[in-house]
Design a protein around this ligand. Structure first.
Ligand SMILES: [Cu+2]
Length: 504
């Protein structure tokens, strides 16, 4: 039996390999239906029988469909800052809804949004705020409201257990106890997360505190402080986001980049230091961001807060759900034609138009935070092992798929434990899995035994884990309850690459 299943898989992979040479940069040419869980038994695989190179090109995202250049014809849209409710006790109302959005001139695309037609507003919190949020589901399908990166008790975290049916609403209460950071929110209903995010459900959370307000960083929203939500999409011939047509079990990738929902965006800035809060809000695509002038920029924050000092970089890679805050100094940047933010392939993501106007001449502080990795924590033994494995819909964590009835790990509230995340390669070589833990900001101890790079020495809630890489992280939960940990390639998550930890 096993041999027959394996043989049929080799044949189907052979066909895929052949088609890859004709349609090398088009993932949509793949037929995933030939490869289903259960047909494949890794233990019986013989690596020598496989055409490694052909398969690697396809399956490991070595050749993902490339992005179209932004023509820069549309000024970047900036999400609205959500106004607080005046109703007693309720701070914000967040409503998931359907809508129509003119992404392409003259055509309406069907989209989802929070408090609007597409994407969501920015929710601003201050450390110490006692927050009440009324969440409302106005969709025709169940959804949840997950606050990605927020350290709150599991009953308000919005994981797959907290489903709101169409028409339902629920008031959540929590206190903001963590430091200044750029977080985000998105739905998390099991099996439907990828489609709902793809259609437009994603918004940002800004946390400020006394420290962040005193640093003198650019913070004039929409003037020198911009959020940039990167999402790649495939639009069909009618300019619709047809998820089932675009879907790839191994992570849905598109040729069209939207930033904050803007097609062909351009950003106009003054000659000053500008803060860009980058969010990889894509289902699966990784981005390496750089300036086409070759200039460096400063990274000032990771997922969950400021780095200790600004880190100069010429490029930064973000896997799905990771954030970074960077400062680009447009007063000293090299004069080049068509200055733009580009990716690793040189695709133009965001052209910049620099006006003649000088902005505030500010100094970025040399010390931004007091993040530390204590010696005793660094030398704690590994007490949780997470093995990420597989591809397409054959993805697992520690050999298992998500089961809402199963608790995979337990940990005590307030205890710090060292988790080792291992990305076990498969016969294709494997692929990067972005690993996320709910309800906690954690610290990277090491990558394959080596210190993390300077720009990863800060609070993280999502990390990229390369094939065959082992990442050790120090994890502490401030609150109790059952939290998810999972791959943030949204199709992998929906395909069960997710586990549960009970914090007691
Ligand atoms: Cu994955």
């Amino acid at each position: 039996m096993k041999k027959i299943a394996l043989a049929s898989m080799i044949i189907s992979v052979g066909i895929l390999g052949a088609c890859s040479q004709e349609k090398s940069d088009n993932m949509k040419g793949m037929d995933h239906s030939n490869m289903k869980m259960g047909e494949m038994d890794h233990s019986s695989m013989d690596m020598k029988d496989m055409d490694h190179d052909k398969m690697k090109g396809h399956m490991s995202h070595d050749k993902v469909i490339s992005l179209n250049d932004s023509t820069g014809e549309n000024e970047l849209k900036v999400p609205t800052l959500l106004a607080r409710d005046h109703e007693k006790g309720i701070v914000y109302t967040v409503k998931a809804q359907k809508g129509k959005t003119e992404i392409f001139d003259g055509t309406e695309s069907e989209t989802y949004g929070y408090n609007g037609m597409f994407l969501g507003p920015v929710l601003r919190f201050e450390k110490g705020d006692k927050v009440k949020i009324r969440t409302i589901n106005e969709l025709d399908e169940p959804t949840t409201f997950h606050w990605h990166g927020l350290e709150v008790s599991a009953d308000v975290d919005g994981g797959p257990h907290d489903v709101l049916k169409p028409g339902e609403e629920k008031v959540l209460e929590f206190e903001v106890t963590q430091e200044a950071s750029t977080l985000w929110f998105h739905p998390h209903p099991h099996g439907k997360t990828s489609e709902q995010v793809y259609k437009g459900l994603a918004g940002l959370i800004y946390i400020e505190d006394d420290h962040s307000k005193g640093l003198g960083l650019p913070n004039d929203y929409g003037k020198n402080d911009f959020p940039l939500i990167f999402q790649d999409k495939t639009f069909d011939s009618k300019k619709q986001l047809n998820y089932s047509a675009a879907k790839n079990e191994d992570g849905t990738i598109g040729d069209t980049l939207l930033i904050n929902g803007t097609l062909n965006p351009k950003l106009t800035v003054n000659k000053e230091k500008v803060r860009l809060r980058l969010l990889n809000g894509s289902n699966a695509r990784n981005y390496t961001f750089k300036l086409n002038s070759g200039d460096s920029f400063l990274q000032i924050a990771t997922d969950g807060g400021f780095l200790n000092e600004p880190v100069p970089l010429q490029e930064i890679t973000l896997t799905p759900s990771e954030r970074a805050e960077i400062i680009v100094d447009f007063s000293s940047i090299k004069k080049v034609n068509n200055l733009a933010l580009i990716n690793e392939d040189g695709a133009v993501l965001l052209p910049f138009e620099v006006t003649d106007q000088n902005g505030v001449n500010r100094k970025i502080p040399e010390k931004l935070n007091d993040f530390s990795l204590e010696d005793n924590v660094m030398h704690l033994p590994v007490t949780k092992k997470v093995e990420l494995f597989g591809m397409m819909d054959m993805v697992t964590i520690n050999g298992k798929k998500f089961d809402p009835e199963r608790i995979d790990f337990t940990q005590k509230q307030g205890d710090t434990e060292v988790w080792e995340i291992y990305n076990k390669p498969d016969m294709m070589g494997g692929m990067i899995h972005p690993f996320h833990i709910h309800g906690a900001q954690f610290k990277i101890i090491s990558r394959d035994g080596k210190d993390p790079s300077k720009n990863e020495r800060g609070w993280k809630d999502s990390i990229s884990v390369k094939p065959d890489e082992k990442v050790k992280i120090a994890v502490q939960f401030k609150h109790k309850g059952v939290y998810m940990f999972h791959c943030h390639i949204l199709e992998h998550e929906d395909n069960g690459m997710m586990g549960q930890i009970k914090v007691e």
